[in-house]
Design a binder for this molecule. Structure first.
Ligand code: SF4
Length: 372
């Protein structure tokens, strides 16, 4: 079994010890949801669930970008790749199965699928290889959207387009607040660095204590304690537990660039369904760069083909949908650690370092999987 850390007992530094003592001194019980793959990795890697008192439960929501990218979008990318278009995307995205197969599968059959680290790499490829039709399959949250927008504001080659499968975090949290049995939320610090703390206010107005947290173990422990403080005082507000990076107003330059290029749309989240106003699509003035428009006809026929194949495929039962909404834990999945491992993922939550199943598997020995 793969393990990223051979320690059997976490070593707790002084600051974290003090924060833990404060958490344990409080009698507040909380079921807290975070919505960030990096938070999940820190929690699992440092065995934080093992250190917290039983009355504090921390569950993971939909914070892993490849986990929430809908099957249908992956199917479209697959169809484009099979038609001869060059699909470029992040490495993790290549391994996530659509309805029937992954981009890596079709690459092994000869399709032109390439890994990049950013949209800029994809543009450079299009410039160097004008004979290719290059589509960047852009996924992710408000953290990656500004760089996509900035790239499109520059002159890009004619043979380049963007297939945007981008998400906005606050609408998803608001949706989950009404659907999930959760008392409080930890909001992602990197997203708040861009959008600020204000978009999380409606959640607090609806009675949910919220804290914006950074990504060190101490940041998360501080966040939990700030949430306890709110409950003890009988209030709900948005606390900024990551002031070294997050300003209340966020990064206004990044917001302007995003707004210039993208507009809000409804969006499908894998395992959750459609969430109102939670997506970002290209504005009309950028439709020449919009792969969804450029390959409209191809989508329809190719998608039909992919769907038929998907219906024939005997899919392994994957409970990522329940995991992403805090209704189940990875250890409740019959495939976990058996037919589904990071080397051979059967579902999206096992693919990325930000996926909950991946982290529970990788850090099992030090307590990544407590609360099973
Ligand atoms: S262990 Fe694998 S199959 Fe099970 S929920 Fe996680 S990703 Fe899906």
């Amino acid at each position: 079994m793969e393990n990223g850390n051979s320690l059997s007992k976490p070593v707790v530094p002084e600051l974290e010890k003090k924060l833990l003592e404060r958490i344990k001194d409080s009698e507040v019980s909380l079921r807290i949801m975070h919505v960030c793959g990096t938070h999940e990795r820190t929690i699992a890697k440092y065995g934080l669930r093992n250190l917290l008192p039983e009355r504090i439960e921390v569950i993971s929501g939909p914070g892993c970008p490849v986990c929430v990218t809908p099957e249908e979008d992956i199917n479209i990318a697959l169809a484009l790749a099979k038609s001869g278009v060059t699909i470029v995307t992040f490495g993790d995205m290549m391994r996530v199965p659509g309805s029937a197969e992954s981009l890596l599968d079709v690459k092994s059959e000869g399709a032109d699928v390439r890994m990049v680290y950013s949209i800029d790499d994809a543009i450079v490829l299009a410039e160097k290889k004008p004979e290719l039709e290059v589509v960047f399959f852009g996924i992710g949250f408000e953290t990656t959207v500004p760089s996509n927008a900035a790239a499109l504001l520059r002159n890009t080659p004619e043979n380049f387009s963007l297939f945007a499968s981008q998400k906005q975090t606050p609408p998803a949290i608001n949706f989950l607040a009404s659907d999930t049995n959760v008392d409080a939320f930890i909001a992602p610090g990197h997203v708040a660095t861009i959008i600020g703390t204000e978009p999380f206010e409606p959640l607090a107005e609806n009675g949910f204590p919220v804290v914006v947290s950074g990504f060190e173990a101490g940041d998360i422990l501080l966040g939990i304690n700030l949430l306890q403080d709110q409950v003890e005082k009988g209030i709900s507000r948005v606390d900024n537990g990551y002031p070294r990076a997050v300003k209340p107003e966020g990064n206004q330059i990044a917001q302007k660039i995003m707004d210039r290029v993208f507009e809000t749309s409804d969006s499908e989240w894998r395992g959750i369904g459609k969430i109102e106003a939670s997506g970002l699509v290209l504005r009309k003035e950028f439709e020449e760069k919009d792969a969804a428009k450029k390959y409209e006809d191809l989508y329809a026929s190719a998608l039909e083909d992919v769907r038929k194949k998907a219906e024939r495929k005997d899919k392994k039962r994957c409970i990522c949908a329940a995991i992403l909404t805090g209704k189940a834990k990875p250890s409740q999945c019959p495939n976990f650690g058996e037919s589904c491992t990071p080397k051979s993922p059967a579902g999206p939550c096992m693919v990325s370092q930000e996926g909950m199943c991946y982290n529970w598997f990788k850090y099992a020995r030090i307590g990544g999987g407590k609360l099973a």
